[in-house]
Write a protein that binds this ligand. Structure first.
Ligand code: UDP
Length: 320
């Protein structure tokens, strides 16, 4: 794939939160998109605006099974995976399978088609990090047998598999380590902090902070993330690159921010901290800056305003 128009991109998990935004981005660049999704955590509502677009095709497919696609493919973006801590509890085997078998199938497709490949990896590969902020050179502190291990270890395996296909088969592969990202199309009940807090605040229900709320996260708006990922896909760099927004805050401060932004008067309440919940997280994005000339542009207030607008519309439709 290049920046030339009319290339064919396959997006696994293309009906999910990030995958659907990536489909939109690629179509806007003039490319053709084949979206594969088994709709386990993805949702056709995320791509229904693309129905009738002759450059877009949706195929309901579990990518842990053999992927047969006739015709040329120029690039494979492998985004299929459950991606929320409560999904890992409910779908542990599927999470392991799509990270392991799904990555193998997606890489096999890229190899067969002589296509480029990009793996959506994660800051979870760093686990509960002992180095802060996290540079790509940090190998992480992951509990392989904890409830999050199914995601963390699947993605670590996926990175190893991707590097093996690059080194052994010469696949033009790329690995993005995605840090907490938010925006429209997150599932309101997927359990992650942004949809949880915004749904609660819009309904004037108590906001559930886990633990004492002193753990930190750094939130990237989805449009920034997708722009960075596209630049990485176009680069000739093959090792992992962090993409995220380094603006870090405690979860408690984040709860207060959302409460104010939504005009909620309900209290903040405290619930037990999930097992292995990382205490800190902030991307070191020096590599992305230097290699891709990329950095996030959308500030938290603006990104939250756009996200709240999306969830408010759901509330009005009775879908929140
Ligand atoms: N969190 C919270 N309340 C919620 C959901 C999440 O306090 O209702 C916390 C969670 O414990 C974690 C942070 O918010 O410290 C981010 O959680 P999320 O599930 O979004 O993703 P993670 O970064 O842990 O993968």
């Amino acid at each position: 794939m290049s920046e030339t128009k009319d290339f064919v991109a396959v997006v696994t998990g293309g009906a999910g939160f990030l995958g659907s935004h990536l489909c939109d981005y690629l179509l806007a660049q003039g490319h053709r998109v084949i979206c594969l999704d088994n709709l386990l955590t993805g949702n056709v509502a995320n791509i229904e605006h693309l129905a009738g677009n002759e450059r877009f095709k949706f195929i309901k497919q579990d990518v842990t099974e053999f992927i047969y696609l006739p015709g040329p493919v120029d690039f494979v973006f492998h985004f299929a995976s459950p991606a929320s801590p409560i999904d890992y509890l409910e779908l542990p085997i599927q999470t392991l399978k799509v990270g392991a078998l799904g990555t193998h199938k997606a890489l096999g497709l890229a190899k067969a088609k002589k296509a480029g490949f990009l793996l959506a990896s994660t800051s979870e590969t760093y686990g509960d990090p002992l180095v802060h902020p996290q540079p790509e050179s940090y190998w992480g502190n992951v509990n392989p047998i904890g409830p999050r291990g199914v995601y963390d270890e699947a993605k670590r395996f996926a990175e190893a598999m991707t590097m093996a296909y690059h080194r052994f088969h010469g696949v033009n592969s790329h690995i993005v380590r995605i840090f907490n990202t938010y925006g429209p199309r997150m599932r309101p009940r997927d359990g992650r902090v942004v949809p949880a807090f915004i749904s609660q605040a819009l309904k004037n229900e108590p906001i559930t902070v886990f633990g004492d709320g002193s753990q930190t996260r750094s939130f990237c708006y989805v449009a920034d993330l997708i722009a960075g990922i596209f630049k990485l896909a176009m680069s000739s760099y093959h090792e992992p690159v962090n993409i995220g927004n380094p603006q870090e805050m405690t979860v408690r401060t984040f709860a207060e921010k959302i409460r104010t932004a939504c005009g909620s008067t309900a209290p903040i309440i405290y619930r037990p901290l999930p097992v292995d919940d990382p205490k800190v997280r902030q991307p070191n994005i020096a590599l992305a800056r230097q290699l891709l000339g990329w950095e996030p542009k959308v500030g938290l207030d603006e990104g939250l305003a756009r996200t709240i607008e999306y969830f408010r519309a759901m509330l009005v439709r009775g879908a929140l």
